[in-house]
Design a protein around this ligand. Structure first.
Ligand code: AMP
Ligand code: ZN
Length: 498
């Protein structure tokens, strides 16, 4: 049974979708006024883990992620650059979609843009005016929070803090200044204007998500996600607008991930303490290492970003890669499938049980490393049979449908396909087996193999000075050789900058 922590109740609850077998999921997408930083990617990777686990558990998932292409920030950016909103936001939307793919995030079923859904927003605002939840003032339209008694339930603030009658136009504001918020903003010099039945103007940020979620998922849907900074005012206001207009419950489960921080401070554009994905990849990291780092801390815990933590994620992933490499190399062995099968079953169950418990990834990852620990001694003694090894490989393939961290071709900083990390080419000592990992560039692979063969020959000839020189020469290029009992493995490592 899957359980999630629901921000609305403040409790971990058993998860049931409205329609059996189908989960309707809405995740707040990027405000496309700049390139996303890896704090944003933490939120999107958490949402992808959630979605992949739901699919793994047998649900069909309909996923909507909006693109906020009109709000205070995009308007400010377009104005400063002297271009229209469409032209200003286009490169950020393109970059966002490219990075989604790079991080192996499953695409959403719909990526609605706010500018394409103005009519849907106007329709909700009309209902709110008719029902008396909204009022006009100086050409703008505001939501009267005092008319909605459940206001504050999500963000859990004291209802006495409400200040009926006070108003604000900004999309983002602090809890301390809770007030009636703008649904529709009166035209201003240099801002885009839509001529509509509720007057000229442009939407506030919050109404956008209410309109786009109900259009694609219906008035009540299963899960709504975002980072904790979205709880107030964004999600609080979404609930108020949607429920006041529809009269039914908006969302059953609210899941929020904690922040990615740098030195204890939220990573944010406004603070200038951010890295984009490209910044990190240009240092030679594989996107799957970034993904692994982002998903391996439980989503409700703060994640402190450091390059040391990234190195640890990289090493942990390489351990998995090396283990898989050894399993692939198994030719024969005495340990019967029957000895390995219970270990596989325990690992599969433990992995699933961990994630069923509010996506407890730490528990699931511990189970994987414990399986590796149990099997390594058997593997190094050559005791695992080929069919047993294949069963373990099958298990990892199946778990990777959730984790999506297995090696594959990656994009280098220059946009080319670069070599992989963490994959080994092996050969028995003296007689290097030519083995081509299918997803590596051949030139690089064959060159490395040649040098390994030359080193093996030097060792066989007892020319240890030459053998050592070749090892060092490869290391200087970032290729680390590892001599195991009866093979030579290599992997790419990131060299410290000189
Ligand atoms: P924005 O583009 O600012 O609307 O944010 C897009 C998503 O990223 C939202 O779900 C935010 O809550 C989330 N987010 C922003 N900064 C961080 C951070 N430092 N850590 C985790 N999530 C974040
Ligand atoms: Zn939103």
């Amino acid at each position: 049974m899957i359980r999630f922590h629901n921000t609305l109740s403040g409790k971990v609850e058993a998860f049931e979708p409205v329609a059996p077998g189908l989960v309707k999921l809405y995740t707040c997408g990027p405000t496309v006024y700049d390139f996303p930083h890896i704090g944003n990617w933490r939120a999107y990777v958490f949402e992808d883990l959630l979605k992949r686990f739901l699919i793994f558990s047998g649900y069909k998932v309909t996923h909507v992620m909006n693109l906020t292409d009109v709000d205070d920030k995009t308007i400010r950016g377009a104005k400063a650059k002297g271009v229209g909103l469409e032209e200003y936001t286009r490169p950020f939307i393109e970059a966002f979609k490219k990075d989604l793919e790079t991080l192996n995030i499953l695409p959403a079923d719909h990526y609605p843009r706010a500018t394409g859904h103005i009519q849907e927003m106007v329709d909700i605002i009309k209902v709110l005016l008719e029902k008396g939840f909204a009022y006009k003032k100086d050409g703008s339209i505001y939501f009267a929070i005092a008319k909605f008694p459940a206001y504050g339930r999500l963000s859990k603030f004291n209802l006495e803090d409400l200040r009926p009658g006070s108003r604000g136009d900004a999309d983002e504001y602090e809890k301390e200044s809770v007030h009636d918020f703008a649904l529709w903003k009166a035209p201003k010099e240099g801002e885009p204007v839509w001529e509509t039945e509720i007057g000229p103007g442009r939407p506030g940020w919050h109404i956008e998500c209410s309109a786009m979620s109900s259009k694609y998922l219906g008035r009540t849907f299963d899960i709504h996600c975002g980072g904790v900074d979205n709880i107030f005012p964004h999600h609080e206001n979404e609930i108020a607008q949607s429920e006041a207009a529809s009269g039914v419950k908006f969302v059953n489960f609210w899941l929020h991930c904690h922040h990615l921080v740098v030195d204890g401070e939220k990573m944010a554009k406004s603070k200038g303490n951010f890295y984009t994905l490209e910044d990190i990849l240009s240092k030679g990291y594989d996107p799957r290492e970034v993904r692994f780092l982002l998903l391996s801390t439980h989503y409700r815990k703060m994640l402190n970003f450091t390059f040391e933590a990234l190195e640890q994620a990289k090493a942990a992933r390489q351990r998995i890669g090396n283990f898989l490499g050894e399993l692939k190399d198994v030719t024969n062995g005495t340990a019967e499938t029957a000895e390995v099968l219970p270990l596989i079953e325990t690992a599969r169950e433990g992995f699933v049980t961990g994630l069923e418990d509010d996506l407890n990834i730490s528990e699931s990852m511990a189970v994987i490393f414990s399986l590796i620990k149990s099997l390594n001694p058997l593997l190094s003694r050559g005791e695992v049979s080929k069919s047993a090894a294949q069963k373990v490989l099958d298990l990892f393939s199946s778990l990777d449908e959730v984790l999506a961290i297995k090696p594959s071709p990656i994009r280098s900083a220059s946009g080319k396909i670069a070599a992989l990390t963490g994959v080994s080419a092996t050969g028995a000592v003296g007689t290097v087996v030519k083995k081509q990992p299918s997803d590596m560039p051949n030139r690089l692979d064959s060159e490395i193999q040649e040098r390994i063969e030359a080193r093996q020959k030097a060792r066989a000839d007892k020319d240890f000075a030459l053998a050592d020189a070749i090892r060092k020469e490869l290391l200087a290029e970032g290729i680390l050789l590892e001599d195991t009992k009866d093979s030579v493995r290599w992997k790419k490592i990131v060299l410290p900058r000189t």
